[in-house]
Design a protein around this ligand. Sequence first.
Ligand code: F6R
Length: 590
Amino acid sequence: MCGIMGYIGGKNAAENVLEGLKRLEYRGYDSAGIAVLDNKGTISVVKRQGRVIKLEPLIKNLQGGAAIGHTRWATHGRPCDGNAHPHSAGRITIVHNGIIENYAELKKQFTDEDETFFSETDSEVVAKLINKNYNGNLLCALYKTVCVLKGSYALMAICEGVDAIAVAKCKSSVILGFGSGENYCASDEPALAGKCSEICSLEDYDLALITRKSIQIFDGNLNPVSRTKRPNTAVSASLDLNGYPHYMLKELHEVPASIKNTVSAFPEVCGSYLKAVAGADRIILLGCGTAYHAALIGKRYFECFARIPAEAETSGEFRYKNPVITKNTAVLAISQSGETADTVEAARLASSLGAKVVAVTNAPYSRLTRISDVSVPVEAGSEICVAATKSYTGQVAALYLCALAFANGGISEKELSELEKIPKLCKTALNDINVDSLAQMCAQSHGVYFIGKDLDYAVALEGSLKLKEVSYVPSEGYPAGELKHGTLALIDGNTVSVALMFDEKLSEKCSNAVEQVLSRGGKAAVITDSETIANKFRNRCSVIIMPNAGKYLSPLVSAVAVQAIAYKCAVFLGRDPDKPRNLAKSVTVE
Ligand code: F6R
């Protein structure tokens, strides 16, 4: 993870990079730093633990036309000023996104020679290596260095007295921006929004030398290469809260638009999607965290609509288990960012084993999109809150369409119009439901158990993840029937069990679990679209009634309830739901 950016040109480089870093903070916000190369060739570094905004007063006196910057999500070394990037050694200063897996052995070579390290990071050794390899040519020094690195890296390096930025990439993304008399590099497109008209993505093992006037790109053997340029369509996410106190709440209210836009976009890609998955006899859905929870729902859609074997797996497990893949396997890789390292590598592995890979993503130019056979868009728009809300419902809508289209060889007007009713139901739910007392109950509890059966169970897992992520209240998601096989031992007056009941046929069974919780003195809540169920539990526990969307589309509505509970609970506890501790929005490392 970590966001990095570089600028070289006639403008104030530090201000330019600071602006870019602010837009990359979703990649990490443990610390931030900027190094500026001034017109005399001297490098100055400022860095601080905490958010990018802390750099604002520190760069005031930093003049210079070249700069590199970093916003960190700590992997090696705790968040503190000393571990913040940039890191320097001799004439060289670098920023790094990724993980240098062999850093310990590389570092030993220097410590054996009594070299001092000023940080606990894996990155500082890269600066030492480039400095050691430097012989008057920055790019060659970087090249020699990356030849001995194992792991993942997006690296930017500057050198005292050299008016250039050298860049290298392996597994972590690097985007280059072509300007007039100025050029850019960044880990991700939002940093470059509105800054230049054309951009390109580097391939793995590429290096680049960026000056004010030119960008030269080289492959892993240092041969000059060109990479396809594309118009810079990156838009900077609107930072306007639109009157909402938090992005999480704003984005929750954008769930209806996310579903609507995802549904509208599907017909255009339906043909190419069907072509890619034609003849598949097995479906594997991959994702991490919330995207994995969407995968669980997608699996049920494929099984129910197409009666085809479907599996959902976390990308991080899939990529290390020697998976069984044939050329008739279709893999749907789900990712909001399209940059999640585990999902990108899992998709790459599946593709190399002969599977057709479909990216289901919110990011059309992401790494995931580039390695996939076809991309099904999730039109959630930019999601600033670290916790996924509208991207999850967008993913579920996209997977519903993928499964239906696969089952029926296309999507009918009737099916589309069924889905088109859902945004209105979500809007009604967002305006009408009151989750305050349940959220308060969760905030005061020792633990919250979300339970449900089948699709409700998948949403229960998401509810649990969302709650712990933004409120830090311990929580787990369980299939309702599993409660009595162990977790019931934890139930007492300090716990809350939240049962999701959106499937009439299964509600009877889930009701039993709620009864078991209540009879053991546990607190309980029921979220349902059925008046009958609601009446059964009213006056006995907290009940939230949601609009009825039908069995298969109910996750789009029930998700709104669990996301709202998590949000309110975080607010009651005084947490920042938009930037929970220890997390980042885009997880580009293992
Ligand atoms: C939770 C959350 C994460 C992401 C996960 C995958 O609210 O946002 O669990 O879902 O890190 O991210 P993407 O979808 O970008 O691959």
